[in-house]
Design a protein around this ligand. Structure first.
Ligand code: SF4
Length: 427
């Protein structure tokens, strides 16, 4: 289980939201027949194969009243699924979510209704979350109507909210298409705040908006937080967006938190190589340093088949390589091993050509012999032997799952480079 995200503001001792080892897996829809495993003679089905997409894979954190926790990561890392699972919009697979000390899965009837009122979500695409055929006054009033407010009170409240989000009374009777992207996000905020929630989960609330409008919406969200005493979970793919709004940040990769900490520390002393790579990807407004290339290459691997050990190892610029490799050589070696595992290695050419296809320079003698033996096994169709031959060299990053461990006051990182057990690995 991951270590809890600890640092918190001193406003309150009790978390508003407590999340313990939250897991959300989706079954892979391969069809009933193809999901069966069969007896060795192929005649009897034995059991269902439990392949799944591990969208959220054991996340723990506390969120305290009045604070803003930023969750950052590339698209496909599980951020939006985390948000939906926290609010009960999708069922959790394992773990627990507590709101004010009570498990949300125990809520029913009035308690469920109250939780829905108290925890609101603001979505990424303000256009698609607003019904184009309804006037915005009615859209904002929906939660109030559901809460039993009469028409006069609803109208009064909506007009008040329009003013608070920087819109005018005359906008009450207009339709969503009459507004800009930034104005539509203001309408979404007004709707989310209409019945005074305690928690707002904002999923990419400013992506797709231009920089100046982003700044206006972020500033508005901060003003509203102060006015209403809101607690925010702010989800984004862009670290620079949360620099000025979050108290703490959790960096997410393939369903796990890989680094967490106070926002200032994360920006000035990032520990995890993924956090550093994300920071390198933030455009630098300084023309003298513009053009520095991001060290983050390749795509996020599929959560239905995540890499072994540290899930970031297939892309990590700091990958720990075993002796006697250089990092470049070991990347090439991993590529060869991947093709052997997938049985996609081309074996119809001579071994020297196979070797030069993968390696740009000559290898240390011991590695060269291993590669030669593996290619020979693969050429004979002995893929298992080829695989076990190449398993002679393995990075600790591929073999061991790093745990979130404290690296500084309130800052946790899941990387073998930070581990106290570093000496236990033979690299
Ligand atoms: S454990 Fe290894 S692969 Fe993972 S982030 Fe650390 S150095 Fe990179």
């Amino acid at each position: 289980m991951s270590q809890r995200l600890q640092q918190r503001p001193e406003k309150s001792d009790e978390p508003l939201l407590r999340v313990e080892n939250l897991t959300k897996h989706f079954p892979v829809n391969t069809g009933f027949i193809s999901s069966l495993r069969w007896s060795s003679d192929g005649r009897f089905p034995l059991e269902l194969d439990s392949q799944s997409v591990r969208a959220v894979d054991g996340v723990s954190f506390d969120l305290y009243p009045g604070e803003t926790l930023g969750v950052v990561g590339e698209s496909g890392c599980g951020k939006s699924t985390l948000a939906r699972t926290l609010l009960g919009l999708t069922d959790l697979t394992d773990g627990a979510v507590e709101f004010r000390g009570t498990r949300t899965t125990t809520f029913d009837g009035d308690a469920k209704h109250e939780f829905r009122r108290n925890a609101q979500m603001v979505f990424q695409d303000p256009q698609s979350s607003l019904n184009p055929r309804r006037k915005i006054g009615n859209i904002i009033a929906d939660p109030l109507e559901a809460a039993g407010w009469n028409e006069e009170r609803r109208r009064e409240r909506v007009l008040e909210l329009l003013g608070q989000v920087g819109l005018k009374e005359e906008h009450y009777g207009r339709y969503p298409h009459e507004f800009s992207g930034g104005q539509r996000q203001r309408i979404n905020l007004a709707r989310a705040l209409s019945i005074n929630p305690d928690l707002v989960i904002a999923d990419e609330p400013v992506s797709g908006l231009d920089m100046s409008v982003q700044a206006q919406i972020l500033s508005l969200m901060q003003d509203l937080q102060e006015e209403y005493g809101l607690t925010y979970l702010f989800i984004t793919h862009d670290l620079s967006v949360i620099r000025n709004v979050a108290d703490r940040v959790a960096v997410m990769y393939l369903g796990d938190f890989v680094e967490t900490g106070p926002v200032d520390r994360l920006f000035t002393e990032p520990h995890h190589p993924y956090t550093r790579a994300l920071l390198d990807s933030v455009p630098n407004p300084d023309p003298d340093t513009r053009g520095v290339e991001s060290r983050l290459v390749g795509d996020v691997p599929s959560p239905s088949d995540p890499p072994s050990g540290c899930k970031f190892h297939t892309r990590c610029p700091a990958l720990i390589v075993p002796d006697p490799f250089t990092r470049e050589e070991y990347r090439e070696y991993m590529e060869l091993r991947s093709d052997v595992c997938n049985e996609t290695l081309q074996t119809d050419t001579d071994p020297a050509s196979v070797r030069s296809h993968y390696f740009t320079s000559s290898l240390p003698a011991a590695v060269d012999q291993t590669v030669e033996r593996a290619i020979s096994h693969a050429s004979d169709g002995d893929w298992d032997d080829a695989q076990s031959t190449l398993a002679e060299y393995l990075s600790p990053c591929e073999a061991h799952i790093p745990k979130l461990e404290s690296v500084a006051d309130g800052q946790l990182s899941a990387c073998h480079i930070d581990s106290d057990d570093r000496e236990a690995f033979s690299w």
